[in-house]
Ligand binder design. Structure first.
Ligand SMILES: Cc1cc2nc3c(=O)[nH]c(=O)nc-3n(C[C@H](O)[C@H](O)[C@H](O)COP(=O)(O)OP(=O)(O)OC[C@H]3O[C@@H](n4cnc5c(N)ncnc54)[C@H](O)[C@@H]3O)c2cc1C
Length: 516
């Protein structure tokens, strides 16, 4: 018999679910319990190469208080209903707002959006999960606080809690967001509320300034996991520097990539360049500047090199395009700029471009904004390149060495092109590590291309793993697959922790491949 629900949780009958829904409505009010297809539609809109039905939620719950979240997990335990938590729900290319498994109830915390405290003296913030970067940016600007945010590219609409819980990154010197997190409030599966770090000490005021507390430091186990629901997060903000100098370096040849990393890594590790150094390829530059593939070529499949060369010439793009910035007083910047520009000049390669030279041109403008913590959505231009709304991030991590780059770029390009897709990629020198971020862009409205994109992603994972690489984060279609890359002992420990903290397995079963 056809259910009145869009989907049902695994092992839960319709009548049991009716009873759970009535309980949820008792806690949240009927308006905050969504079950109709119409109201669930936006939670089912995924960009990954799988059938949306595989990730269809059974209901969405909108909570506004910690007590409501506590009551929800108790109902979930009673009725064995699995619950998938989102904060601002903009995890595009990693699964969006949809759950990892069909039938999970989505707990949407976007209405819990209080900025609890911003301390301009100690440069800290404490926020609820629904707070967006735009909201926090406006708060800081309206009060003229001398603080700077760090945010991912979908800045305006995403938020610090969701991004940090998934260990996302930004582009200022505070861009490794989990490193800058300080103090968490977490609702556990049994409904208890845990405060990490100094948060459990009565009368203590150091929750947002001292990360470690006493005994085991627990914050990390709640990120990219399913051990608790974060209801408050503290983090550090960078004091707004008196001066700022973003710059770009354009390299004409694909073969230059190895030398670029060797040149810039020492400056990055020594903090002369204090933010992550982005090295974007020509198609990434083109896409984020709103170039459409269809304007150059109508035939499907991988874009020929000759066309990429033409786009490079037309749009004045490098084969590799470096973005980084200097921060501090004008005197500090002058000293560091001398060091950076000398290194580039001596190498005899690369064209340095300053903000004055770039003016309002894209993609320089949005990169400069992101490196200064100003929200914008320019990078969504990548989705116009091929069109059709398909995107999956492939993000292997390696040492920040030049010798890592060329072989990875060639391998990725060969696999993508074999599946009729393009290599749209960037390397990001975080500190000592390097993230190779590839946007697997495809037309999701085309079933055959969607199948190819899925096979392509699988092959990328396999071939990179054979060479000792693993990704730092992955979309909901491949979570078990990637958990395997990290070894059976780690999986076993994760399962033991899961069983101890969440014996009924109600919190996001399947997140990062973790289940009871
Ligand atoms: C063009 C483009 C560029 C992008 N660039 C970047 C980038 O530069 N850096 C980057 O990091 N990402 C990037 N992304 C990916 C993604 O959009 C961002 O990471 C975004 O911040 C995630 O969405 P969110 O902040 O709304 O988090 P959410 O979707 O709310 O949360 C992400 C995940 O964290 C977990 N989670 C969320 N809240 C909680 C909670 N309260 N308790 C427990 N678990 C929770 C859930 O598993 C959830 O699926 C990009 C995406 C696009 C489309």
């Amino acid at each position: 018999m056809k259910s009145k629900y869009v989907s049902l949780p695994k092992g839960v009958s319709e009548s049991q679910f009716d009873a759970a829904i009535a309980k949820f409505a008792g806690v949240l009010g009927a308006d905050n319990v969504l079950t109709s297809l119409e109201r669930l539609a936006s939670y089912m809109k995924i960009m990954i190469a799988e059938d949306a039905a595989k990730h269809a939620p059974s209901a969405v719950l909108m909570a506004t208080t910690v007590e409501q979240v506590q009551a929800i997990v108790k109902i979930c335990n009673a009725y064995k209903v699995p619950v998938w938590t989102i904060s601002t729900g903009r995890n595009f290319g990693y699964g969006s707002a949809a759950p990892v498994e069909r039938g999970q109830v989505v707990l949407d915390l976007r209405k819990m959006n209080k900025i609890i405290e911003v301390d301009p003296v100690l440069c800290t913030a404490l926020v609820e999960p629904g707070v967006t970067y735009q909201q926090l940016y406006d708060y800081i600007e309206e009060r003229k606080l001398p603080l700077m945010l760090s945010m991912p590219a979908p800045s305006a609409i995403a938020g610090p809690v969701g991004n940090t819980m998934d260990r996302g990154v930004g582009y200022t010197p505070y861009g490794e967001h989990f490193l800058m997190q300080c103090g968490m409030e977490v609702v556990l599966a049994n409904g208890e509320v845990l405060r990490t770090g100094m948060g459990g000490v009565k009368g203590n005021n150091s929750w947002q300034v001292f990360k470690w507390g006493y005994g085991p430091t627990l914050d990390g186990i709640f990120t990219q996991s399913n051990y608790g629901i974060c209801t408050k997060m503290g983090f550090w903000l960078m004091p707004k520097p008196p001066a700022y100098k973003p710059f770009s370096i354009k390299y004409d040849n694909e073969a230059d990539i190895s030398e670029i990393v060797e040149l810039l890594r020492p400056l990055r590790i020594a903090q002369i360049i204090p933010n992550a150094v982005v090295i974007a390829n020509a198609l990434w530059e083109a896409g984020s500047a709103n170039v459409r593939r269809a304007d150059y070529i109508q035939t499907p499949g991988a874009t020929p090199d000759s066309v990429v060369q033409k786009i490079k010439r037309d749009k004045n793009l490098g084969a590799w395009n470096v973005y980084a910035a200097l921060y501090g007083t004008p005197e500090q910047i002058a000293v560091n700029w001398k060091i950076v520009s000398e290194v580039v000049r001596k190498s005899g390669k690369g064209k340095l471009i300053t903000q004055e030279e770039a003016g309002e041109t894209q993609p320089f403008k949005y990169r400069a904004q992101l490196m200064y913590g100003v929200p914008n959505l320019q990078e969504f231009g990548l989705y116009n390149w091929r069109g059709g709304g398909g995107s999956m991030w492939f993000a292997p991590v390696s040492q920040a060495r030049g010798s890592e780059t060329d072989k990875q770029a060639k391998l990725a390009k060969a696999i993508l092109n074999k599946h009729g897709l393009d290599y749209v990629g960037e390397f990001i020198v975080g500190w000592r590590d390097m993230h190779h971020i590839i946007d697997v862009l495809y037309d999701r409205s085309n079933e055959e291309e969607t199948r190819r994109a899925h096979a392509c992603f699988s092959e990328l994972l396999d071939e990179f793993e054979k060479r000792g690489y693993a990704v730092y984060r992955v979309n909901t279609a491949f979570m078990d697959r990637v958990a395997n890359s990290y070894g059976s002992v780690k999986r076993d420990v994760e399962r033991k922790i899961k069983r101890a903290l969440d014996p009924n397995g109600i919190l996001a079963p399947g997140k990062s491949g973790i289940r009871i």
